[in-house]
Each structure stands twice: as structure tokens, then as C-alpha cells.
Design a protein around this ligand. Structure first.
Ligand SMILES: CC(C)(COP(=O)(O)OP(=O)(O)OC[C@H]1O[C@@H](n2cnc3c(N)ncnc32)[C@H](O)[C@@H]1OP(=O)(O)O)[C@@H](O)C(=O)NCCC(=O)NCCS
Length: 186
């Protein structure tokens, strides 16, 4: 079995480097998913066991074999330490669309890193992959995530009610969509 998730090209921004996720990143991946603050509005509960990181990695590898997925590990420029993940998934080449998911360790919030990382990933998705529509499924209470995508040009397209069941809680989806012509590039 390979020691990486699907290989992705390196994307460099002013302060960040986005690169392929390796098995060596598992401690950082565990820390990201074990942080209750960072997992508050996620699609599954915060992890409590290190083996969950192994299971996640193996399942993501199978996911990458079965469908087109672009998982980028986010690091600060000049550091190897993974501080977040941004993933393009459900890539549909016929319909020219995909979904985006992202998370940053809470120690790195509020410094504009998410905008910087997503701008690079969206630029790649729309320019290199020639996709024309990107979707984001966000808990409407996740104000940071809503603000983040709005800043990049996404528009709120609808509310999908009672779409998730996580940790005994039933939650809605705010469905956001970005069209190529609406992307705020800078
Ligand atoms: C969502 C997330 C990636 C944002 O990361 P970040 O690096 O802190 O975001 P940025 O610093 O780039 O800020 C983006 C915008 O959101 C705003 N913002 C950040 N946190 C906010 C908060 N708690 N409430 C309201 N707005 C907030 C910022 O002010 C900025 O807007 P501005 O430039 O107009 O001021 C981060 O909070 C996170 O990883 N959360 C946990 C995982 C998660 O929920 N992922 C999304 C699932 S849909």
C-alpha cells in the first residue's frame, strides 16, 4: 500500500505550501481531528483514538482509488508540519463541478490562512482542471466557514434541512456554490 493519498501538485502562496498528504502526517492529522473546537461543525465526531487516523488514511486511499479526489496538506512555507487539509472531491468532469472541504488547526485560525489556501486550490480547480462550479456544504452555524467562502465569491444557494446526524445532533446544510466567473481571485 502506498504511503501517500492521491498525489497532487505543489501549490505555493505567499505564506503557505500545499502538497500531497503522507502517512508521516498521521500525528498531525490525528491532532486536527481530535480538536473539539475544529470538529464542532464537522461531518463526524472528534476523534478520541489514534487508530482513527490510520482508519481515515486507509479509507481515504480507497476513496482516491475509486473516484477523483485532490487532497492537499497545508503547511506554513518552509515547514514540513501539516496544519490543515483542503480537498476537492466528488469531481465530475462531465458536469465540470466538484465539492470542496477544508480544515485548519485552531492554533492557526484568524490569520487569513484559509482564504490563502482555498484561493490556491480554487485557482487550480477552475484554471488547471477547468471545472466551472465548486460546491461547499456548510453547517449554517459555522460562521467562520460561511464568511470564508463568501469572501472567495461563493453564494448561498439554499438550505437543506436535517441533512446530517453527528454526535446525536441533527443539523442542516447551507449549500454554497461558486461559478468560475464569480471567483474573487485577490
Ligand atoms: C473555517 C476555517 C477553515 C477558517 O479558517 P481561518 O484561517 O481562521 O479563516 P481566515 O482567517 O482565512 O478568515 C476568513 C474570513 O472568515 C472570518 N472569520 C474567521 N473566523 C470567524 C468567526 N469565528 N466568525 C466570523 N467570521 C470569522 C475572517 O474574519 C475572514 O473574513 P474577513 O477577512 O472579512 O475578516 C477554520 O475556522 C476551521 O478550520 N474550522 C474548523 C473546520 C471547519 O469547520 N471547516 C469547514 C467545514 S464546512
Amino acid at each position: 500500500m502506498s504511503n501517500t493519498l492521491s498525489a497532487v501538485p505543489v501549490l505555493e502562496t505567499a505564506r503557505l505550501r500545499l502538497r500531497t498528504v503522507h502517512r508521516d502526517d498521521l500525528d498531525a492529522i490525528y491532532a486536527l481531528h481530535a480538536d473539539p473546537r475544529a470538529m464542532r461543525y464537522w461531518s463526524f465526531a472528534a476523534w478520541t483514538r489514534r487508530e482513527q487516523a490510520e482508519e481515515w488514511f486507509n479509507q481515504r486511499q480507497r476513496w482516491g482509488n475509486d473516484s477523483e479526489v485532490w487532497p492537499w496538506g497545508i503547511t506554513l512555507a518552509g515547514s514540513a508540519q501539516l496544519i490543515g487539509i483542503a480537498t476537492l472531491f466528488s469531481v465530475n468532469r462531465v458536469q465540470c463541478r466538484a465539492e470542496i472541504g477544508y480544515q485548519l488547526g485552531s492554533a492557526h485560525w484568524g490569520q487569513g490562512y484559509a482564504v490563502e489556501a482555498l484561493r490556491a486550490v480554487l485557482g487550480y480547480a477552475l484554471d488547471a482542471l477547468q471545472l466551472q462550479r465548486i460546491e461547499a456544504d456548510i453547517d449554517p452555524r459555522n460562521l467562520a466557514s460561511c464568511r470564508l467562502v463568501e469572501k472567495l465569491g461563493f453564494r448561498l444557494e439554499g438550505l437543506l434541512r436535517e441533512r446530517w446526524r453527528v454526535n446525536g445532533e441533527v443539523t442542516d446544510t447551507a449549500l454554497y456554490g461558486l461559478l468560475t466567473r464569480e471567483f474573487v481571485r485577490s
